[in-house]
Design a protein around this ligand. Structure first.
Ligand SMILES: [Zn+2]
Ligand SMILES: [Zn+2]
Length: 191
């Protein structure tokens, strides 16, 4: 009973945004998803129960969509709480306090408050977990390459840049490539 199989074909456009979104989804702990399923089952059980009781408060045709909509809203709410629970930890904020606020403040205002007040995320090295500051080209802990480098001046540039913002060097298609810092002359054109 899996109704959330969204298109399997991957889209090359906006790929970066969608992977980032998936990364955000992935931090939600599995228990949150179990609660969502539980919420849906409760809604279905309520419909079945009301129908079997012989005196349904409203016709079945109205109850089923209501249960689906209600279950979806409840599910999103639970997933957001699960997200707050994990995301707060990534940002050095109290997970317990913010999870409780998200649950206890009515009308999802605790969640809204969280998104307004949350601190910027502490970036960490994907390889060793060392804290990183913006602009770093390499991890200070393990020398993991964080950004593509300008082959001319060795400063970190953004993937997709055409020219180096520091020295004006032509990055061409090279901004996406990993250029070895030791042998910067390796890929230079003749001249
Ligand atoms: Zn590292
Ligand atoms: Zn440069």
């Amino acid at each position: 009973m899996n109704g959330r199989e969204s298109g399997g074909a991957d889209m090359p456009v906006k790929n970066e945004t969608s992977t980032r979104f998936m990364d955000e989804i992935r931090i939600i702990s599995p228990w949150a998803f179990s609660f969502v399923i539980l919420g849906f089952l409760t809604a279905i059980a309520a419909v079945v129960n009301a129908t079997l009781s012989g005196k349904p408060p409203m016709p079945l045709a109205a109850m089923v969509p209501l249960a689906i909509v209600g279950g979806t809203i409840l599910g999103c709410y639970i997933l957001l709480i699960g997200y707050v629970n994990r995301d707060a930890g990534r940002r050095g904020m109290s997970r317990l306090a913010w999870t409780l606020l998200a649950i206890l403040i009515p009308n999802a205002l605790g969640i809204v408050l969280y998104f307004v007040l949350r601190k910027p995320r502490i970036a960490t090295c994907p390889q060793c977990g060392a804290p990183l500051e913006p602009g770093f080209g390499f991890c200070p802990g393990c020398r993991y390459r964080l950004n593509p480098l300008c082959p001319k001046c060795q400063r970190a540039v953004h993937a997709g840049d055409k020219f180096c913002p520091y020295c004006g060097g032509d990055l061409g298609a090279g901004a996406n490539e990993v250029v070895d810092g030791a042998g910067s002359a390796g890929k230079s054109s003749g001249f």
